[in-house]
Design a protein around this ligand. Structure first.
Ligand code: ACO
Length: 323
């Protein structure tokens, strides 16, 4: 059976760090409130003129370097973002040019905070079907550009960053002992649009718009949807929570991550947490967290990783990956 195996990771965070104390000079908030409600202590913000494609290109280069590959070894780029450089063309094609990649094909995926899971599942299917051999899957965001910096209920939560992985085709036995993406599960529910959306766009207002959120409602749905999509992945492979070596969750909010972990009865030591340093970087958060855990040696060959995310739409998804 043809599998797609993650052979490398990379990430990039803009230099500028914005602390909670600095935010409390901008809106009516405190470090204590932000930490208690979200677990976030600081976040990175892109510099003027630094675009989503720039962040994505840095992350992609780091992943290519770890894989020992050149840009032309890649035949597919799938980039998840809700903050593209321009309405069109796809930011993935800008990254293709920045990397100096002369062949293959590149496109964007829009599933907000679940974007990386959607991109991973899409690239996995291209690789498994034989339509691509080596793919770059990227999550990259400049959420600072769609935040209402006067709205304290949202501007303290979101941030900028990028993460990337290289997926390569490899033969497996078709069992859950194989390396690679073992299973992926995606969902959406358009009925929940009003709980989390951006109030602008090319077709509706001809403006970019700002992020709007009913935080408490999002929270309630997040824990339930995430626990259920995790069980779906385990049931599909015959694995159990005990088999999971690392949970690499979307880094929206420490309380959502803790709540999901408790529902799954998962040892908190097995959860990769970066939300304290990165904030919610939407589609970038899962590959950013994965890259950190790979590079600091926590994730080892043969480990079973559970990736999950939930975001606007609503969208939500999970994937089980053998490292
Ligand atoms: N600083 C100080 N006070 C604040 C702030 C702030 N930054 N923001 C809101 N408040 C106030 C509110 O005005 C409210 O005051 P009131 O009681 O006088 O009306 C009070 O704090 C409580 O507000 P709630 O919204 O009820 O606070 P809650 O405990 O629900 O926490 C939060 C808010 C952190 C947004 C929470 O609901 C949450 O985490 N939701 C999930 C949102 C999320 O993570 N979204 C990410 C995208 S989706 C995803 O990735 C899963």
């Amino acid at each position: 059976m043809r599998r797609s195996v993650i052979t490398a990771t990379g990430s990039y965070l803009p230099k500028r760090i914005l602390t909670n104390d600095e935010l409390s000079q901008m809106v009516d908030t405190t470090d204590e409130w932000i930490v208690a409600r979200s677990g976030i202590k600081q976040r990175h913000i892109a510099a003027d003129g630094e675009l989503t494609s720039d962040l994505a290109t840095h992350a992609a280069k780091a992943a290519l370097e770890m894989a020992g590959l050149k840009a032309d070894d890649i035949d597919l780029i799938v980039l998840a973002t809700a903050t593209p450089d321009e309405t069109f063309p796809a930011t993935a094609t800008v990254v293709q040019k920045n990397l100096g990649m002369t062949g293959g094909f590149a496109f964007d995926i829009q599933a907000v905070c679940t974007g990386f899971l959607y991109a991973l599942a899409t690239a996995d299917n291209f690789v498994k079907s034989g339509q691509a051999n080596r793919a770059l899957v990227i999550g990259a965001e400049t959420f600072s550009r769609i935040l209402d910096w006067e709205d304290r209920t949202t501007c303290v939560l979101f941030a900028d960053g990028a993460g990337a992985i290289v997926l390569e085709a490899e033969d497996g036995a078709g069992t859950s002992d194989d390396r690679g993406i073992l299973t992926s599960h995606l969902h959406s529910d358009g009925d929940k649009h009003d709980l989390l959306y951006v109030d602008g766009g090319p077709s509706s207002t001809q403006t970019t718009g700002y992020l709007r959120m009913e935080g408490r409602e999002v929270f309630r749905h997040a824990v339930n949807n995430l626990a259920s999509v995790v069980h779906e992945a385990l049931d599909a492979t015959g694995l159990t929570t005990d088999d999971i070596d690392w949970l690499v969750p979307h880094q929206a909010n420490k309380r959502i991550i803790d709540g999901t972990g408790r529902k799954l009865k998962l040892d908190p030591e097995k959860v990769v947490l970066t939300v304290d340093k990165h904030g919610n970087t939407s589609a970038a958060s899962v590959p950013l967290a994965l890259d950190e855990a790979v590079r600091d040696g926590r994730v080892k060959r043969g480990d079973l990783l559970l990736l999950e995310a939930m975001g606007g739409g609503f969208t939500w998804g999970s994937a089980l990956v053998r490292w």
